[in-house]
Ligand binder design. Structure first.
Ligand code: FES
Length: 143
């Protein structure tokens, strides 16, 4: 005879039988704090590959400011240009090698990490790809 802590609970045998039948997972509620499924991709073409160099270039992707830069290995990287404090568009300061927000003075590293507040969160990284000489960014996480 199997032990049960409560009447409506499954016995170990019933749980194992449910796992084997694939019915338990469907019956379990989502864990609290579980992350929602990632947003669907929303790719926007922003220019030709030849336009992007080692100097971050600001483009508008369906109205969203995005900086795109090409590294020494010729790979593209993209980062949101929208300040995480109150949403102003940051600028690239080549002499300081960092992003600067003109509104309240936040500063971000080339990788988007906060170097000076009041912003608390880094600039979000944006997916970028180059195909047939055209560069596109995925703005799904920016909307
Ligand atoms: S909006 Fe950028 S520092 Fe406030």
């Amino acid at each position: 005879m199997e032990e049960r802590d409560c009447e409506p609970c499954m016995s170990r045998r019933e749980l194992l039988a449910g796992i084997a039948a694939g019915t338990v997972a469907a019956a379990l509620p989502l864990a609290e704090g579980a992350e929602a499924a990632p947003a669907k991709a929303h790719w926007v073409e922003v220019g030709k590959g030849t336009e992007f160099t080692a100097t971050p270039k600001l483009v508008k992707a369906a109205g969203h400011p995005v900086f795109i830069v090409r590294d020494a290995k010729h790979h593209l990287h993209a980062i949101s240009g929208k300040c995480t404090h109150r949403g102003c568009t940051v600028g690239w300061e080549a002499s300081a090698h960092k992003f600067h927000c003109p509104c309240h003075g936040a500063e971000f590293s080339e990788a988007g990490k906060v170097e000076h507040g009041p912003a608390q969160k880094p600039l979000p990284v944006v997916q970028v790809h180059e195909m047939h000489g055209k560069v596109s960014v995925n703005i799904a996480g920016l909307m």
